[in-house]
Ligand binder design. Structure first.
Ligand code: SF4
Length: 267
């Protein structure tokens, strides 16, 4: 059976800083943060409402001062805020309609490779305040992957790259290498997001399949997905963060196979 070459890059930085505040206790549900997409949409709607509310409060507070500058100014600002909030709500509605109808209603630059990436990150910030970060991020990444996968992108030989973290269990790592070997795809171990970006800059792939926990994946997608098509596979963390992570290998193979479709797999 063909096996991919593993290229390991060392970096002298602290690892897994996203989990700095972890208290050492087992993660809920064995580190499986699966959540329905509706959770993301509910938190995204709340994020838009909280954002609009914060700006409204600011306008309310500075309204009298604005009026001294130019009497109609506060009214104009309120109208602008109303229009902007309406646009955001409409965007969210189109996003949800795209996801649930099975048909992307906007081009990728306006959706999963555009504003959606920002919305994901702001929604994650709000979810942290409710102690729901990992679940909301998982749901957001699932929505992202569904929209991205539907584009049906194909790449040529040598144009796909698989990025994995250092925390995969031996079984998962073996599985990844086997899949990558079968489709002749290079695998990089990226210990930090910064390093992942460096690998991408140097190898110049046309698509990436990345593996990471929800926290790491969010920053990775935010930084890379706008420039390059990425599919992001999240992991389960049965032994806590940054160790012995497992992944859905059949999902990974499905993505790799879909992207390199037309190329013959090695036996
Ligand atoms: S991807 Fe793995 S090593 Fe990186 S922060 Fe997440 S759990 Fe830790």
């Amino acid at each position: 059976m063909a096996r991919a070459q593993l290229i390991h890059i060392e970096v002298d930085r602290r690892l897994g800083h996203e989990w700095d505040e972890w208290n050492g206790r087992p993660l809920p549900r064995g580190g499986d943060f699966s959540a329905p997409p509706g959770l993301f949409f509910r938190f995204a709607a709340l994020t838009v409402a909280v954002g609009a509310g914060a700006v409204a409060l600011l306008l309310y507070l500075i309204g009298p001062r604005l009026r001294t500058l130019w009497a109609p100014l506060p009214v104009i600002q309120w109208m602008a805020l109303g229009a902007l909030a309406g646009l955001f709500w409409a965007y969210l509605a189109v996003l949800a309609a795209s996801y649930y109808s099975g048909r992307n209603l906007l081009p990728e630059r306006l959706m999963e490779r555009g504003l959606y990436l920002k919305l994901m990150n702001y929604t994650s910030l709000l979810a942290r305040a409710f102690g729901k970060r990992d679940w909301v991020e998982h749901a957001a990444i699932d929505v992202y992957n569904t929209l991205a996968e539907r584009r049906g992108r194909k790449v040529g030989k040598g144009e796909l790259l698989v990025l994995i973290p250092r925390c995969l269990s031996k079984q998962s790592l073996d599985g990844v290498l086997e899949i990558a070997g079968r489709y002749d795809v290079p695998v990089f171990v990226a210990t930090r997001g910064q390093l992942a970006r460096r690998v991408i800059r140097e190898r110049r792939p046309r698509a990436v399949v990345a593996v990471a926990c929800e926290r790491d994946m969010m920053t990775g997608l935010r930084d890379v997905a706008g420039k390059l098509p990425v599919l992001g596979l999240t992991m389960q963390l049965p032994n806590g963060p940054c160790r012995d992570a497992s992944i859905d290998l059949s999902q990974m193979e499905k993505w790799v196979q879909g992207l390199v479709n037309g190329q013959v797999a090695r036996q």
